[in-house]
Design a protein around this ligand. Structure first.
Ligand code: F6R
Length: 603
């Protein structure tokens, strides 16, 4: 989703902005722009629709300056056009603003304060920059004008504001949308994501909601919305888990699929001890032990990972679990158990739907754990407890290694909780051994790319629709594999509980309809096979993905056996690769599918 980068100080602002925007590309966007107060004192605003490279091509090589702001936009209000791209400029040409988030009362503010102003765009953002100019024209300082805007607007915002009459300052404000300050040597910067500025510094300062910051080359002054000064320490962002470089790979998604065995081993070294026990914070385990029900709250792929995780918690920690869509839960909270414990499973740690639930849960003073790949993210910071997925930066929009890291991290936590509660099944579980087998099984599958590419051609070359079917955890994997296929190949794909097909959906099966049957669960394997046969009888083309122990003659793709509770970590790998090759063969940009964003910061 939208990305922000801004810088002031002793640097080449153009270079910092363009590097930063390139590093933010993975979030998904449809236009981009920069404002630089150039060395000759002339402000320079350049915006383009489409890829950053279009913007780069339009930026003169000689353009440099010591103050600038840049933005990648994912359209919410107004189409993806140059006029709607950020930065937006006030009608008097003095103020430039980039914005992430949505201002829900923009039209009302425009009617009330700006009826006489000619707008250049259809965006809510332009209202904010025109308001700053209006309040400054009425005699307020820039800081006071921005503060007044913060007080007036409703909704979410991360703002970076530049005043062309003051090339030594950038003004920053935040509410609900993520934003960090980056502290450099002789410069300071702002970014919606640490990754945007990690090539400049690894020292960051978090911002809280409704804070305003005045940044100069050598000072960072943070204030609350009412003007109270706030002190905050810097923290160091660890880049040791890879910096998301592509290396020799054609796409990040392929690289990230390949990294999954390494991530499994990294998780083992982070959480498993030599004696077979699992190292988790004792306060977290104490709090979870009190719980009579775990409530997973998540979205998309992370929701699918939660489904797989729930089965592991129920068996190994003997605790009931409910799995919920964040976008539904926040506004329709069900009757909760007496001692609920919340788990937010989120790759980015910034998902606005989950943040909304966090606000509700905090109001009720209920305990929350965030499990995320970005341990410095908003949801990690604001939860009572946080655990890292240790997957390293995931750049492709379609999540792969974060999904398997989520299921594996939950398995580690479930075992730790089970042992803390003295559940026999957990004590007997040699999880470190089982996860090593998972890593080896994943490696076997990522080494079979040619075979899986062949299946992708046979199944998905021309089809408009497809099905994945399975039961139990194979159903959860079907949901995730179908989502992967939809996201990047634009084939209409459905993940289905195999037994449910005959209750209506089988009507959609016709000659050649591709159906992938996932079979790893010994209890239901025969039933799923029967459902696949029913599909074949109606002309469907079935690809069986089956674990070795359940293999039958004619099965197309056999995957290594692992503990059935961990099977999703293995059976999903062919699903990821099938989606990758379907997208590649159709000529799409695998890493940046249309309409999608990596970090979904709007509700
Ligand atoms: C799909 C995908 C999304 C995310 C969802 C939640 O590949 O990545 O479905 O899983 O937007 O995002 P996080 O996990 O960041 O909360």
């Amino acid at each position: 989703m939208c990305g922000i980068v801004g810088v002031v100080g002793n640097v080449n602002a153009t270079k910092v902005l363009l590097n930063g925007l390139n590093r933010l590309e993975y979030r998904g966007y449809d236009s981009a722009g920069i404002y630089v107060n150039s060395q000759d004192g002339k402000p320079c605003l350049i915006k383009r629709v489409g890829r950053i490279k279009n913007l780069e091509a339009a930026v003169p090589e000689t353009l440099s300056g010591t103050q600038g702001i840049g933005h990648t936009r994912w359209a919410t209000n107004g189409e993806p056009t140059v006029a709607n791209a950020h930065p937006h400029v006030s009608a008097d040409g003095r103020f430039y603003l980039v914005h992430n988030g949505v201002l829900t009362n923009a039209q009302a503010l425009r009617n009330e304060y700006l009826a006489d102003v000619d707008f250049a765009s259809d965006t809510d953002t332009e209202v904010a920059v025109q308001l700053v100019a209006r309040f400054v024209a009425e005699g307020q300082s820039v800081k006071e004008a921005l503060r007044k805007v913060m007080q007036l607007v409703e909704g979410s915002y991360a703002f970076a504001l530049a005043d062309k009459e003051d090339p030594n300052t950038i003004y920053v404000a935040k509410n609900k949308s993520p934003l960090l300050i980056a502290k450099g040597d002789g410069f300071n910067a702002v970014g919606s994501d640490a990754l945007a500025l990690l090539d400049q510094t690894n020292q960051f300062i978090e911002l809280h909601d409704e804070e305003l910051v005045v940044l100069t080359a050598n000072s960072i002054n943070i204030e609350s919305i009412d003007g109270t000064p706030r002190e905050r320490e810097t923290y160091t962002v660890d880049v040791s888990e890879g910096d998301g470089e592509l290396g020799a790979y054609p796409f990040h998604m392929l690289k990230e699929i390949d990294e999954q065995p390494v991530v499994m081993r990294r998780l083992l070294s982070a959480y498993a001890k030599a004696d077979g026990s699992i190292d988790m914070p004792s306060e977290l385990l104490d709090a979870m032990k009190q719980a009579d029900r775990l409530y997973f709250v998540a979205a998309g792929t992370s929701y699918h990972a939660s489904l797989a995780a729930a089965a592991i918690f129920e068996k190994m920690a003997q605790v009931p679990v409910s799995v919920n869509f964040a976008s539904e839960f926040g506004y329709h909270i069900p009757l909760l158990s007496k001692k609920p414990f919340f788990i937010f499973l989120t790759q980015s740690g910034e998902t606005a739907d989950i943040r909304q639930v966090l606000v509700q849960v905090k109001k009720r003073h209920l305990p929350v754990l965030t499990i995320t790949n970005v341990i410095t993210s908003t949801l990690a910071r604001e939860a009572d407890y946080a655990l890292s997925l240790h997957a390293g930066p995931e750049i492709a929009v379609a999540s792969t290694k974060a999904y398997t890291a989520q299921v594996a991290t939950c398995a580690l936590l479930a075992k730790a909780l089970g042992m803390h509660k003295q559940v026999a099944a957990a004590a007997d579980w040699n999880l470190a051994h089982d996860l090593s087998l998972v890593a080896t099984a994943q490696q076997t599958l990522v080494d079979q790319k040619e075979t899986i590419h062949k299946f992708a051609k046979e199944m998905f070359a021309t089809t408009r629709n497809a099905f994945y079917i399975g039961r139990g955890s194979d159903y959860f994997v079907s949901l995730e594999a179908a989502l992967k296929l939809k996201e990047i190949s634009y084939i209409q794909a459905e993940g289905f509980a195999a037994g449910e097909l005959k209750h209506g959906t089988i009507a959609l099966i016709e000659d050649g309809t591709p159906v992938v049957a996932v079979i790893s669960d010994p209890v239901t394997a025969d039933h799923t096979r029967s459902n696949a046969t029913e599909v074949e009888a109606r002309g469907g083309k079935v690809l069986h993905i089956v674990t070795a122990a359940l293999e039958q003659k004619g099965d197309e793709l056999v995957v290594p056996d692992v503990n059935p509770l961990l099977a999703p970590l293995v059976t999903i790998v062919p699903g990821q690769l099938l989606a990758y090759y379907a997208s590649l063969d159709r000529g799409y940009d695998v890493d940046r599918p249309r309409n999608l964003a990596k970090s979904v910061t709007v509700e």
